[in-house]
Design a protein around this ligand. Structure first.
Ligand code: MN
Ligand code: MN
Length: 279
């Protein structure tokens, strides 16, 4: 099954959807490798037309290249960077469906070779660990590895992390915690980001646990007190015009009744509607 309304051929498409069947460093709840299939299924729930953008999704040149399955982290990191580089060279906007959050680093590496990037991540967790279960490229280390790559990083929705992660994050990146968002509102923070990102392209990564588990309980590491799906849509609408790569990660479909995959599919569709309005 392909993502709804993404039946354009590769050559003529602007957007390429790629599912990554990998959750090899997940710890608490595994199963995000089943997310691409669940997100695709959920995508068929929605109408192809968007009122706000006055657009039909099927006319927006989206190609679904299917899934790639990886047995181990090293293989995933190397191969996904190569695949994403090919998409970037062909002037596509990669839309990568995880899988766990470790898939973001190779996607960013591929884009950073071609363009001045800033990474914007929505996440409950800092993901600034030096090492996770013996591996420095695990899903809980992704933010730290992006900073080590030299790509400026902004994280939004943060409400969990160890003290050493918090200190490292404050030293080397910009974070907006959930408490800050509740004090000043998401819109204020988004205009801050637009200023601080200057003229760089944005790589946008959505760890679905940024959303409150009341709306999206099927995630690897659920964390209460999160964003609403509408706040995330507001963010996507504001940032989408400058986004050159997008991913959505950490949905574990076995742990809910399909809500998280529905929210994930809806966010992908909203991204496509808004981004294509600015082409
Ligand atoms: Mn994460
Ligand atoms: Mn997270």
């Amino acid at each position: 099954m392909i993502f709804a309304d993404s039946g354009s051929d590769y050559a003529s498409s602007k957007y390429v959807i790629h599912g990554i069947l990998f959750d090899g460093t997940s710890s608490f709840r595994t199963g995000s490798r089943w997310a691409p299939e669940a997100i695709r299924k959920a995508s068929h729930n929605f109408e192809p037309y968007d009122f706000e953008c006055d657009r039909e999704l099927s006319e927006q040149l989206v190609h679904d290249m299917g899934d790639t399955e990886y047995g181990n982290l090293d293989e995933m990191v190397t191969d996904l960077e190569a695949t994403t580089s090919r998409l970037v060279k062909d002037e596509k906007v990669p839309i990568t469906l995880g899988g766990e959050h470790s898939i973001t680093l190779p996607c960013i590496k591929a884009l950073a070779k071609e363009t001045e990037l800033v990474a914007v991540i929505f996440d409950a967790h800092l993901d600034f660990k030096e090492n996770y279960l013996g591996n420095e490229f695990g899903h809980a280390c992704v933010a730290r590895n992006i900073v080590r790559l030299g790509v400026p990083l902004i994280q939004i929705g943060i409400r969990s992390g160890a003290r050493d992660e918090y200190e490292r994050a404050l030293d080397t990146s910009v974070i907006y915690t959930m408490d800050q968002i509740r004090r000043v509102g998401i819109k204020e923070i988004l205009s801050d980001i637009e200023l601080s990102a200057k003229n760089r392209a944005i790589y946008l990564s959505i760890d679905v646990d940024a959303i409150d588990p009341a709306f999206a309980p099927g995630v690897g590491n659920p964390e209460p007190y999160g964003l609403t799906p509408l706040e995330l849509r507001t963010a996507i609408r504001a940032l989408a015009p400058r986004v050159s790569g997008f991913d959505i990660v950490e949905i574990t479909p076995d742990y809910d009744m399909g809500m998280s995959a529905l929210v994930g599919a809806k966010l992908v569709r909203d991204f496509l509607f808004v981004h294509s309005s600015f082409l």
